[in-house]
Ligand binder design. Structure first.
Ligand code: NAD
Ligand code: TYD
Length: 339
């Protein structure tokens, strides 16, 4: 089994590579990553040069490079994690989101078709469904919820999902899609809520909460997401969308307070800043389908996952301190200095 994993130097892709090496050590994994600001070779350093693992630096939207790679490697399976993934950056500059998330997906679909890949899996997000009202806790996203994206990021992911559906139907391709809720865990870039709050709390810097902090996200430990994708690859039905989530809704402000509590830092570090434009109010996945069809259930309780995550950032300071002191510093200034 040879698997191309795109975006494997990023947060979820790298966790997926580690997960697959543990659970399927016989698989040959080819990680394809452009190494944007979000890709980090230090994450993959422990497995570089090891058997059954290859790293290729390339852009998924580069058709020639992808065709050459598929020609040379003849992959059985492609799992596409590669994406521009941060909503705030998409609000600042949408173009690269369309380029990577839509055009890149199209190139991978074309290459998968041309070289007869046995399964193409698209890693998507619950954000394609838009948001839910805060005062209707009875509503959830199911696989049948219409796409209704709010941000340039989620619109680009929705565009990619529609292309996957169209290629599956038109060319009868073996495509599956998963739409997961917010992930947390090791190796997440510190521009996202949880690692940003951990890094700021450790530095004694203000913790910037957008608006009142009452928006709700549905959090899943990254390893549970990886397990779900593995299961979909093994037992999933072609043409199917699978929602992945663990019924773990939290207000942002409560996440921030939990982080402060674990680190024993004062809540006075919390600062309320100008809200995100078009800010989605609530995400909440109904995971009934993947549970009933494939038997998937999350294994990590939030209380344990958040402890493990904070511990990981404490134990791996050099990993994120380099990021926080590098190019990312300019981004942080742009985003938060006058907010
Ligand atoms: P990330 O930003 O941490 O990593 C993205 C990776 O893709 C990086 O290594 C980057 O270098 C690479 N990349 C970007 N553009 C590329 C290109 N043109 N060609 C090749 N590589 C490129 O993102 P993440 O949080 O790990 O998310 C991975 C996937 O999961 C994304 O598709 C995202 O939409 C989806 N997803 C994320 C979450 C979440 O909570 N983080 C939830 C659901 C779905
Ligand atoms: P984020 O981690 O960017 O994920 P997403 O927007 O894809 O859900 O943000 C999670 C939530 O936290 C979202 O409601 C925005 C909020 N947030 C803050 O309040 N402050 C911050 O500095 C960041 C990055 C996010």
């Amino acid at each position: 089994m040879k698997m191309i994993v795109t975006g494997g130097a990023g947060f979820i892709g790298s966790n997926f590579i580690f997960y697959m090496r543990e659970h399927h050590p016989e698989y040959e994994l080819v990680c394809v990553d452009k190494l944007t600001y979000a890709g980090n070779m230090e994450t993959l350093a422990p497995i570089m040069g090891q058997p059954h693992f290859q790293f290729v630096r390339a852009d998924i939207a580069d058709r020639e490079a992808m065709y050459q790679l598929f020609e040379a490697e003849k992959p059985d399976v492609v799992v596409n994690f590669a994406a521009e993934s941060h909503v705030d950056r998409s609000i600042e500059d949408p173009a690269v989101f369309l380029q990577t998330n839509i055009m890149g997906t199209q190139v991978l679909l074309d290459a998968s078709r041309k070289y007869g890949v046995q399964r193409y899996h698209q890693v998507s997000t619950d954000e394609v469904y838009g948001d839910l009202p805060l005062d209707r806790p009875d509503l959830f996203f199911t696989e049948k919820t219409p796409l209704h994206a709010s941000s340039p990021y989620s619109a680009s992911k929705a565009g990619a999902d529609l292309l996957c559906g169209a290629y599956q139907r038109t060319y009868d391709m073996p495509i599956t899609i998963s739409r997961c809720s917010n992930n947390y865990g090791p190796y997440q870039f510190p521009e996202k809520l949880i690692p940003l709050m951990i890094a700021n709390a450790l530095d004694g810097k203000p913790l910037p909460v957008y608006g009142e902090g009452l928006n709700v996200r549905d959090w899943l430990y990254v390893e549970d997401h990886c397990a779900a994708i593995d299961l979909i690859l093994e037992k999933g039905t072609v043409g199917q969308v699978y929602n992945i989530g663990g019924h773990n809704e939290k207000h942002n402000i409560d996440i921030v307070k939990t982080v402060l509590h674990i680190l024993d830092r004062p809540e006075s570090l919390i600062t309320h800043v100008t809200d995100r434009k078009g800010h989605d109010r609530r995400y909440a996945i109904d995971p009934t389908f993947i549970h009933d069809q494939l038997g998937w259930l999350p294994q990590t309780r939030f209380e344990d996952g958040i402890q493990k995550t904070v511990r990981w950032y404490l134990d791996n300071k050099p990993w994120w301190e380099k990021i926080v002191s590098g190019e990312y510093r300019d981004y942080y200034e742009r985003m938060y200095a006058h907010r």
